[in-house]
Design a protein around this ligand. Structure first.
Ligand SMILES: [Zn+2]
Ligand SMILES: [Zn+2]
Length: 306
């Protein structure tokens, strides 16, 4: 199976602590790395997880709270000192460029590569990135400041070729690509052999949703319906629901309610309040509603398809 996994770099909220770094993670899809959020400390965690800087070309920023983006200037500066030449693409809301461009212009005057900002509208569910293997779209969330999660979807894969049938009908190598793309095969005597004789359907494309920071927000349910993996914030336990509401965050129980209502396959809860010292309370609370839940942690790698 091809690699599609989430590397968790940081999963704390608001302030760095000795227990948790701030929000950042790296999605690895077939050895291409896509960073989501870049809290302070991200570049250290990136190195600690032995990820490769040269495979990182795209960074998605959910919103402009410091715990999700203060790591950007440091990371950008380090990449230049390492001699990077490839463009770096940052997907964020309009203010991000206004804020970070002057910082980069001041501190990184001789940047060895280009930083390109791509502006998205956090109020819309829209496609913001696409290549041959992946598409990424935004998930509007409900937070104190405009905020969007991200839906990562693999592109549909080509069907598998059944080698024995290719051999049996003596299909020339030059026809195999066409068969992968759905063509039938015509034998030299003019008989048409249906495509399905030569192919087995590929596994359905896998999908991953990243949803933080947000209050409990049912509008995301149709967008994330049935994803293989949901990463949802659970800043507080439900005992702190008043504070969760005031700060536009979710409780662990609410994260699980979203996971259940959206029929996701697996839930990771994250963005823990620095005041929580025993996260098993959050885990138990979530599992009562949605048993297939795990806690995020620095260094944890979660398979999207596994
Ligand atoms: Zn946050
Ligand atoms: Zn926030």
């Amino acid at each position: 199976m091809e690699r599609f996994e989430v590397n968790i770099l940081g999963c704390g909220s608001a302030v760095s602590t000795t227990r948790h770094y701030l929000s950042s993670q790296v999605v690895n899809l077939r050895e291409k790395l896509f960073m989501i959020d870049c809290g302070e400390g991200t570049q250290l965690r990136f190195r600690a997880m032995k990820l490769k800087f040269q495979r990182l070309n795209h960074i998605f920023i959910s919103h402009l709270h410091g715990d999700h983006c203060f790591g950007l200037p440091g990371l950008i500066s380090t990449l230049s000192m390492l001699g990077r030449t490839a463009d770096l693409h940052i997907y964020a809301q309009a203010d991000a460029e206004k804020i970070f461009r002057p910082v980069l212009d001041y501190f990184c005057k001789e940047l060895s590569y280009k930083v390109i900002f791509h502006i998205y509208n956090p109020k819309k569910n829209e496609l913001i990135f696409e290549d041959r293997t992946l598409k990424v779209s935004t998930i509007p969330l409900n937070h104190r400041t405009p905020c969007a999660g991200f839906l990562f979807e693999e592109m549909p894969k080509s069907p598998h070729i059944i080698r024995e049938m290719i051999d049996f009908y003596q299909v020339p190598v030059s026809r195999i690509n066409a068969i992968k793309n759905g063509a039938d095969f015509v034998t030299p005597d003019g008989t048409v052999i249906a495509n399905r004789i030569f192919t087995r359907p590929a596994e359905p494309p896998h999908r991953y949703a990243y949803c933080l920071d947000t209050a409990y927000y049912e509008k995301i349910i149709p967008i994330i319906e049935g994803v293989d993996l949901l990463y949802h914030e659970a800043t507080f336990s439900h005992a702190d629901i008043v504070r969760a509401k005031e700060t536009y965050h979710s409780s662990a129980r609410q994260a699980a309610q979203i996971a259940k209502a959206a029929h996701v396959k697996k839930l990771v809860i994250a963005h823990f309040s620095a005041r929580i010292t025993d996260e098993s309370i959050l885990l138990n609370e979530a599992r009562e509603v949605f048993p297939d839940t795990i806690l995020a942690n620095e260094g944890l790698v979660v398979e999207v398809s596994g």
